[in-house]
Design a protein around this ligand. Structure first.
Ligand code: ATP
Length: 457
């Protein structure tokens, strides 16, 4: 199946009923477009983060930090988020619903490049051409910018000085710690500082399941370098991001790089490229790589009156350039789940749902079954020993027919299953079944680790 043929609603239902995703606050009727992650999604997210740390931090000799979600409000003045981090909102007075103007135009006039369209143009297109939308006749208000930052209040006193914001990106926590890391770690250019953490945006229209939500998680790296090397590193990190998502198992044909055109770039950006993924609802941004110049550090110098310059070996000072690969974990998880989802016809009346996830990111890597309940003690012993002596993610199941147990594991992406049968008692062997080929082989119990290690990346 290619992604256009996949039915997103069917995939969502599968993820909701099998332990990946739950509706947030479900017993109270839910909260609009807000989702909680179940045990299976968490296992995947943990692995994705481990690979990001390995590929973007450890092997690159970069540094990882963890700054706070709530920061001094001046951070957001300096970064420009207070003044500019807005989407254009328009309301239909008939049903009193608010929409993102660019989304309406994108939905109805796909031939128009909304990234290049000014808000006056968006307003005129909507007012003149959109007479019915979302099932209602339309009477549009004027368009207005809507700031996406969540406002909150610090402490018990409710005044202007206590107002602050939930971070809309993790990057600023890195910029304001640039000097701390440079000094305490004696970091030498070029080097990167990364972090993984929650960000919040009061999206006007959260939609498309976990693609666009108000609370989400990012893995961001700020790679500091000299201006004359910034183009080289910009290209390097685009390449690296592409390799990273392919390493996790995304198919090449569902990925494309989209460099932003001049009109789309933020005023400070020297270049931005999105890596897009072909979701069943169309191409969408999975992650972005930006050459942000030295805008952020310069702004924080201006607003804080502190020097964030880097002292070079010859004694001269520079404000470094920065390349930012910014990855959304939730979107990456969604892409991996969609990419791997297959419904396979087995014979005339039989089909199976299978998640063909890579061995390294699947929630479980090996299932352990006793063929019959009678063999449970023996199978449990093998399970406990593997738990103690290996790091594989294991699941044990003794309920239902063996065929049903295989299907259950196929549906949650477990790549291998071993079955303990009567022969196991005689010669210490088990059958190992491959999720994708469904072929079974007999191997010695002592060979399981060796067998699985071949799939590690
Ligand atoms: P979009 O244009 O889709 O709103 P963006 O260009 O504003 O995204 P960035 O600011 O570049 O996004 O954020 C970096 C990454 O964070 C995105 O590529 C995406 O993976 C993730 N991200 C951003 N906003 C959301 C959101 N509301 N929900 C989930 N992930 C998000």
């Amino acid at each position: 199946m290619n992604n256009k043929q996949k039915n997103i609603q069917e995939i969502i239902n599968h993820l909701k009923t099998s332990g990946f995703v739950y509706q947030n606050s479900e017993i109270y009727g839910g909260l609009i477009n807000t989702w909680d992650y179940g045990p299976l999604a968490i296992q995947m997210l943990n692995e994705i983060k481990k690979y990001w740390i390995r590929e973007f931090i450890t092997r690159e000799k970069n540094y990882q930090i963890d700054s706070k979600i709530i920061m001094n409000a001046n951070v957001w003045k300096a970064s420009g988020h207070l003044d500019n981090f807005s989407d254009y909102l328009i309301e239909n007075k008939v049903n009193q619903k608010r929409y993102r103007a660019d989304h309406i135009v994108k939905d109805l006039f796909p031939e128009i490049n909304v990234e290049k369209t000014t808000f006056e143009e968006l307003e005129s297109i909507i007012k003149n051409k959109v007479k019915e939308y979302d099932g209602y006749k339309c009477d549009w208000t004027t368009i207005r910018p809507f700031n996406l930052m969540f406002k909150t209040q610090l402490g018990a006193i409710d005044n202007a000085a206590s107002i602050t914001y939930l971070r809309p990106e993790t990057a600023q926590g890195i910029f304001v710690n640039f000097r701390n890391v440079t000094r305490t770690m004696r970091a030498k250019l070029p080097f990167g500082i990364g972090q993984i953490g929650k960000s919040f945006r009061n999206e006007i229209t959260p939609r498309d399941f976990i693609f666009r939500t108000r609370e989400f998680e990012q893995m961001e790296l700020e790679y500091f370098c000299l201006e004359n090397e910034s183009e080289k590193f910009y290209k390097y990190w685009i390449q690296k991001c592409q390799e990273f998502i392919i390493l996790l198992g995304l198919k090449k044909e569902n990925i494309r790089i989209r460099p932003h055109e001049k009109e789309e770039l933020s005023h400070y950006s020297k270049g931005t490229s999105d890596i897009e993924y072909l979701f069943p609802f169309g191409w969408g941004e999975l992650l972005g790589i930006a050459n942000r110049g030295n805008y952020d550090l310069s702004q924080h110098m201006k607003f804080s009156q502190e020097s964030l310059e880097y002292l070079q070996e010859d004694g001269s000072k520079v404000v470094p350039y920065v390349i930012e690969p910014s990855i959304g974990l939730d979107r990456l998880l969604l892409a991996l789940l969609i990419d791997s989802y297959e419904v396979e016809k087995l014979d005339k009346n039989d089909e199976r749902i299978v998640l063909k996830l890579d061995f390294n990111v699947s929630p479980y890597q090996l299932a352990i079954f006793p063929l019959l309940k009678k063999l449970a003690p023996h199978a449990q012993k093998i399970y406990d020993e593997l738990l103690k002596n290996t790091n594989f993610r294991l699941i044990y199941d003794e309920t239902g027919s063996i065929g049903k147990r295989y299907r259950r594991q196929d549906a949650i992406g477990t790549p291998f299953a071993i079955t303990i049968d009567f022969e196991s008692l005689e010669n210490n062997t088990v059958t190992i079944r491959n999720r994708d080929s469904m072929i079974q082989e007999r191997i010695n119990i002592n060979e399981i680790t060796l067998y699985l290690n071949k799939f590690k990346k």
